[in-house]
Design a protein around this ligand. Structure first.
Ligand code: BEZ
Length: 398
C-alpha cells in the first residue's frame, strides 16, 4: 500500500484543481492531485468545450478579479500553442434594468465606468445592425466590451495539466477516489483504495462533488447544483460577427440565453446557444441526467428561430453540464478556509461553487496563497480582492 507525503494534496482534477496544482508547483510544493475519474472529464463543473471570458460584473471586486486574471491567462498561454481565449468581445443586451445571476446590464456599466473599462453602449437597432440578432424589443439596450471572449476550456485544462506536470513537482492520480480523511499531527491524511497520503495542506476543489469530500471532515454544505442544457446550431451563412453574448430578459426564470461564436475546437460549422437557467436543481451529482431537458432545448431553439440570423434553429450536439452555485446568490464564488473536525484549519481550503471558468488560472493562485499564510484579502497589482465576499457559511454546514 502507498504511504507518501506531500506539501499539498488537491482533491479534484478539474480546471480549478489543475490550476491549483500548477500554482503550487510554481512554489516548489510537492503536490498530489487525486481525481476520482480521469482528468479532462465531462462529469462535473468542467464539462463542455467553452466558457465565456468577461470583465464586466455588477460587483467591483469581481470585475477587478477578472482584470487581475488577465496576467495569469497570459502566463498559462505560454504552455500551449492553442489559443486559450479567443477575444471576440462580449455583448450583453436585453432589459437594461433586469437583475439576474449574471448581475444585470446597468450595474455592470456602472462598475466598468468606475474601473475605466472601455465599452460601447448599443441600442436594439444598433445591436441588430452590428450583430446577427433580429426582432429584438425596441427598448432593449446593451453594450459591447471588446476584451471579452470565448475560452477553450479543454485547452485551458490541458495547459494547466502540462504546466503542472512539466514542473516535476506534481503527481496526478486518476481513477483514485478519496475514501476517507483524518487529521494528523502536521496536516491531513487522505485515504484511497491505493493507500494513504499525508498532506501538509489540503485543497478541496471537487466542485459539485464537494459534499462527498466534506463528509469525512464532519461537514456538509447546502449548495445548489444546476443541471444545465446546451446545444449547437448550424451556421446557414458564412460565420458572422458573433461575439460571446448574453441576453437578459423577463421572465428571468426561463428567458436568459447566452451563446458563442463558431470555433474550430468544437463542432466547426455550428455556434453554441444555451439556456442560462437550470433543467433542474440537484442536491447531488448522482441525480444528473446527460439528456438535456426537452423544454430547455425547445426554448433555446425558439430563441434562435425568433432572434438570430444565420443559424438553423434545430438543436444539435446537445449536452448537459453541472454547475455548483451558492444558495446565497450574492456569493459569486465559494472559497474559504475549512473548519474541519470542528475547528478552524488554515491549511485546508475549499473551493466549490460559481461561474469560475474565467478565473481558472488565478483561482489556483488564490488557493495556494491562502494555503501559504492565513489571508483575509489578496492583492494583485492595483486590485485587492476581499476574501469575505467568497466566504462559506459553515454554520449551516455542520
Ligand atoms: C458568465 O460569464 O459567468 C456566464 C456566462 C454564461 C452563462 C453563465 C455564466
Amino acid at each position: 500500500m502507498t504511504d507518501q507525503s506531500y506539501d499539498l494534496i488537491v482533491i479534484g482534477g478539474g480546471a480549478i484543481g489543475l490550476s491549483t496544482a500548477w500554482s503550487a508547483a510554481r512554489r516548489g510544493w510537492r503536490t498530489l492531485v487525486l481525481e476520482k475519474y480521469g482528468v479532462l472529464n465531462d462529469d462535473g463543473s468542467s464539462a463542455g468545450a467553452s466558457r465565456q471570458f468577461r470583465l464586466q460584473y455588477a460587483q467591483e471586486y469581481m470585475a477587478e478579479l477578472s482584470l487581475a486574471s488577465q496576467t495569469f491567462w497570459a502566463e498559462l498561454q505560454g504552455y500551449t500553442q492553442k489559443t486559450l481565449i479567443r477575444q471576440n468581445g462580449s455583448l450583453w443586451f436585453g432589459d437594461p434594468d433586469l437583475d439576474s445571476q449574471e448581475g444585470g446590464i446597468a450595474a455592470a456599466e456602472k462598475v466598468m465606468d468606475t474601473l475605466h473599462i472601455p465599452y460601447t453602449k448599443l441600442t436594439a437597432a444598433e445591436i441588430e445592425a452590428r450583430f446577427p440578432f433580429r426582432n429584438l424589443p425596441k427598448d432593449y439596450e446593451g453594450f459591447f466590451q471588446a476584451s471579452g471572449g470565448i475560452i477553450d476550456l479543454k485547452a485551458t485544462e490541458e495547459a494547466a495539466l502540462d504546466a503542472a506536470l512539466a514542473s516535476g513537482f506534481v503527481d496526478i492520480h486518476e481513477w483514485e477516489p478519496v475514501t476517507d480523511m483524518a487529521e494528523s499531527g502536521t496536516g491531513v491524511t487522505v485515504f484511497t483504495p491505493e493507500g494513504r497520503y499525508h498532506g501538509a495542506r489540503l485543497a478541496i476543489c471537487a466542485g459539485a462533488y464537494v459534499n462527498d469530500m466534506l463528509r469525512p471532515l464532519g461537514l456538509s454544505l447546502g449548495i445548489d447544483i444546476w443541471q444545465m442544457s446546451s446545444a449547437y446550431f448550424a451556421l446557414t451563412a458564412p460565420a458572422s460577427h458573433l461575439p460571446t453574448w448574453f441576453v437578459f430578459q423577463n421572465p428571468s426564470s426561463s428567458a436568459l440565453f447566452y451563446g458563442f461564436p463558431e470555433v474550430d475546437w468544437a463542432h466547426p460549422g455550428y455556434a453554441r446557444v444555451a439556456t442560462d437557467f437550470p433543467d433542474k436543481i440537484l442536491t447531488d451529482p448522482s441525480q444528473r441526467s446527460f439528456a438535456p431537458s426537452p423544454q430547455s432545448l425547445k426554448l433555446d431553439a425558439q430563441w434562435v428561430k425568433d432572434h438570430m440570423t444565420g443559424l438553423d434553429p434545430t438543436p444539435r450536439f446537445t449536452s448537459t453540464c453541472l454547475i455548483a452555485l451558492a444558495k446565497d446568490a450574492s456569493r459569486e464564488l465559494l472559497l474559504d478556509y475549512t473548519p474541519a473536525w470542528g475547528s478552524p484549519h488554515s491549511n485546508i481550503v475549499t473551493y466549490t461553487a460559481g461561474w469560475a471558468g474565467k478565473y481558472i488560472p488565478i483561482l489556483g493562485d488564490m488557493i495556494v496563497r491562502m494555503l501559504s499564510a492565513p489571508e483575509t484579502e489578496l492583492t494583485y497589482g492595483d486590485y485587492t480582492i476581499p476574501l469575505d465576499k467568497f466566504a462559506i457559511d459553515w454554520t449551516q454546514a455542520q
